[in-house]
Design a binder for this molecule. Structure first.
Ligand SMILES: [Zn+2]
Length: 322
């Protein structure tokens, strides 16, 4: 296949694709990870079928018993990570100047509840395939758009946080951005940091990610599309810690199937514990326990005030539309 970034067609083998949840082969196929010899981006080859990918994110990705499932009565609250996005953005734009925000793939929209406090006058719109998140997004003030063209290049800020790496088509991701962002508007993207030749090869799994960036390939992708990169940083926990916590996730959820969503005994215990202690503990204590039990929020607060550690597992880019 041709490179999803630069469309060149010389690719070399990097590694076999590792699954988190085996069942997801039904939707993602059995790709290999390859590297484009022109722009150096690593990606899945072949890419999954578009319709299957759409179905996967609409009805499988956050379904019950899986790692990204959440109880709609108790949607996940914003963490320090979400606060740090606001911190990055408001270094470049005053909250009072933000009138329209567009978020691609917000999931349950943790950052939306923060925007309500930081820029209460702002409208926040989003595109999200996941059917399980829609009521939570509405409650958090998001307006769903059926097409990004509805934004009519009026967005002061466009965000794609832990989202771009799930796309099979980079041009489509940029179409969403381009339809929304206004001239000189800001685009904030965060993706996993995947330097296969500098420590990433020991990762626990890949699925369902399809694109694997480094700081260089992510920055080049923006610049080759006419954006000015205002800031490019690495963020978050070390690879070692991230891989360890990913292994806990794989142990908990790796055997998930739609017929037996609670196949794993550990998984069932997590659900029961959640229900029991959620009501009886202050939220901070509950969050602490959740991190220990489930490893879901792998960052501690401490990891979100330091930028640019050499082996941090995330890359964050803030770019400006010229
Ligand atoms: Zn390429």
């Amino acid at each position: 296949m041709s490179c999803p970034n630069c469309h060149a067609d010389v690719e070399t083998f990097v590694d076999e694709y590792q699954f988190n949840i085996e069942y997801d082969r039904e939707f993602l196929g059995t790709p290999k990870i390859v590297q484009c010899q022109t722009c150096q981006l690593c990606y899945c080859s072949p890419m999954p079928d578009n319709e299957k990918l759409h179905d996967f994110y609409a009805s499988i990705y956050r379904s019950k018993g899986r790692s990204h499932w959440f109880d709609q009565n108790y949607p996940p609250p914003p963490q320090m990570r979400h606060k740090s996005y606001i911190s990055t953005l408001t270094s470049y734009i005053k909250p009072s100047d933000i009138n329209l925000i567009y978020e691609i793939g917000p999931g349950p929209g943790e950052i939306g509840s923060l925007w309500k406090e930081v820029a209460p006058h702002a409208t926040i719109k989003c595109s999200e395939l996941d059917q399980f998140s829609s009521s939570t997004l509405k409650a958090r003030g998001y307006q769903m758009v059926s097409s990004s063209t509805e934004i009519e290049n009026q967005a002061d800020v466009v965000m794609g946080l832990h989202c771009l790496e799930h796309f099979s088509d980079i041009d489509y991701f940029f179409e969403l951005v381009e339809n929304a962002v206004k001239p000189n508007g800001l685009v904030l993207v965060e993706v996993p940091n995947c330097p296969f030749n500098r420590g990433y090869k020991g990762r626990t799994y890949d699925s369902p990610h399809l694109l694997f960036f480094t700081q260089e390939t992510l920055q080049n992708m923006f610049e080759s599309r006419g954006y000015e990169v205002l800031s490019s940083t690495t963020e978050g926990a070390s690879f070692k810690k991230q891989f360890h916590l990913a292994q806990i996730w794989k142990n908990l959820f790796g055997n998930w199937t739609p017929d037996q969503p609670h196949q794993s005994g550990a998984n069932r215990i997590v659900s029961l514990l959640k229900q029991t202690i959620r009501r009886s503990l202050p939220s901070q204590v509950f969050e602490g326990l959740r991190i220990i039990i489930k490893g879901k929020n792998i960052q501690t607060d401490d990891e979100y005030y330091i930028h640019n550690l050499p082996d941090s597992w995330l890359i964050r880019i803030l770019a400006k539309k010229k």
